[in-house]
Design a binder for this molecule. Structure first.
Ligand SMILES: NC(=O)c1ccc[n+]([C@@H]2O[C@H](COP(=O)([O-])OP(=O)(O)OC[C@H]3O[C@@H](n4cnc5c(N)ncnc54)[C@H](O)[C@@H]3O)[C@@H](O)[C@H]2O)c1
Ligand SMILES: [Zn+2]
Length: 366
């Protein structure tokens, strides 16, 4: 089994990665010395695939485990559903030492983590991420949240899990589009921190798309290592953690402009990364070859680089509505080279609009 440690003093934890790790859930829970009662939260899709089996494994090891499933999708990430989960926890008489387990994608991880952070002012929280995006991104780093009707992730906390258990086998049932979404974040890690890892992705694209377990294990491991390294330096996002937003400034604007209904998160981030690379190139920070290499791998992983449904002016306005904008200044994450980024909050408007014009053209014009 591969282990990645997230070093955050008293809040440190391990990420265990391998095929079939979920079979060991009972052992891991025993080592963590949590109380016998466990609430496993999932969505109905993942719950039907893996939930019953997970609860049975826990019961076999002496735990009193209950599965609670919510409908799949982003619309479950809200305070009403959180309230249902608090009610469930109270009904089960979960105490402060009882664990909440998130079994699912990022929606389940963020929602369950928010409930775990607030129920009884915080109970032990375990992440068992099942989508690639959750395995490489949302389950690590402690950001938990629910959405408000006026914006995504507006109500949340920093609350680190006690453990992240990653079972690569879960990815065998993940729909392809969800795989590609996760790959956008994986490419992001190569771009922001590790040129060699980026080359590994390019060299193993076939095996990745074929879901070869050993290759998936390696890309999840390295992605978690990079995310852990960034979070260790800046847990609450006051400085360097911002580099994880590479591609997200434009990505969030694209998601909002298309009402979260055309592109999923990874697809919007893919277009956003291409846009950020174009800005970097226009500012003379990185070469055209770097932009092209990024574009090539995004297309290879079936990710878009253009958003023809979006308008330049609409996107430009939406850039300033992002919750990460401070004092009306956008902190851009820009590329020097593959594996090396810089933070810049002074990009001229005309350069931003030039990049927006390029990414909003249709594929056929490229
Ligand atoms: N906390 C963070 O740091 C962080 C970072 C990035 C994203 N997020 C959040 O994560 C969410 C997106 O996560 P997501 O992309 O995993 O979405 P998701 O949780 O909606 O999962 C995507 C879909 O895949 C299905 N699924 C998941 N695992 C499966 C499996 N093994 N087999 C079959 N189907 C499976 C789910 O049922 C769902 O329909 C967003 O709400 C986003 O805000 C949080
Ligand atoms: Zn993201």
């Amino acid at each position: 089994m591969v282990n990645v440690k997230v070093n955050l003093e008293k809040r440190s934890y391990n990420i265990h990665i391998d095929v079939s790790t979920s079979n060991l859930i009972g052992n891991f829970m025993q080592i963590m010395k949590v109380n016998k009662k466990i609430l496993v939260i999932s969505d109905t899709t993942v719950g039907n695939l893996y939930g019953i089996q997970m609860v049975e494994l826990l019961i076999k090891d002496g735990f009193i485990a209950e599965l609670y499933c919510v409908p799949p999708g982003e619309h479950s990430k809200n305070l009403d559903v959180a309230m249902e989960l608090y009610t469930k926890a109270i009904t089960l008489e979960l105490d402060r030492n009882c664990a909440i387990v998130a079994l699912g994608g990022g929606v389940i991880g963020d929602l369950s983590g928010f409930v775990a952070a607030t129920y009884l002012r915080g109970v032990p929280f375990i992440q068992i991420p099942t989508s690639l995006l959750a395995q490489v991104d949302s389950s690590v780093g402690g950001k938990v949240a629910v959405n408000h009707p006026m914006g995504k992730n507006l109500i949340g906390a920093f609350y680190q899990p006690r453990m992240v258990l990653i079972d690569i086998n879960f990815l065998s049932t993940l729909p392809n589009r969800e795989l590609y979404t996760g790959l956008a974040e994986v490419i992001k890690y190569g771009m922001i921190a590790d040129n060699k890892f980026f080359t590994y992705l390019c060299d193993h694209s076939r095996q990745i798309l074929d879901k070869r377990p050993d290759v998936l294990t390696e890309i999840v491991r390295r992605s978690c290592e990079i995310k852990a390294w960034v979070v260790e330096q800046d847990e609450c996002e006051s400085s360097i953690r911002a580099i994880l937003n590479f591609g997200h400034t434009i990505g969030h604007a694209i998601e909002a402009d298309t009402n979260f209904s055309v592109y999923n998160h990874g697809e919007a981030v893919a277009i956003g990364m291409y846009g950020a690379a174009l800005i970097s190139n226009h500012l003379g920070m990185c070469s055209k070859a770097t932009v092209d290499v990024l574009k090539h791998i995004l297309l290879q992983f079936n990710l878009p680089v253009y958003a023809p449904e979006c308008g330049i002016e609409d996107l430009f306005k939406l850039l300033y509505r992002d919750k990460k904008v401070l004092d009306n200044k956008i902190t851009w994450v820009l590329l020097n080279d593959i594996g090396e980024v810089n933070l810049c909050n002074q990009v001229p408007e005309n350069i931003v609009k030039l990049a927006l014009a390029e990414i909003t053209q249709s594929n056929t014009l490229s």
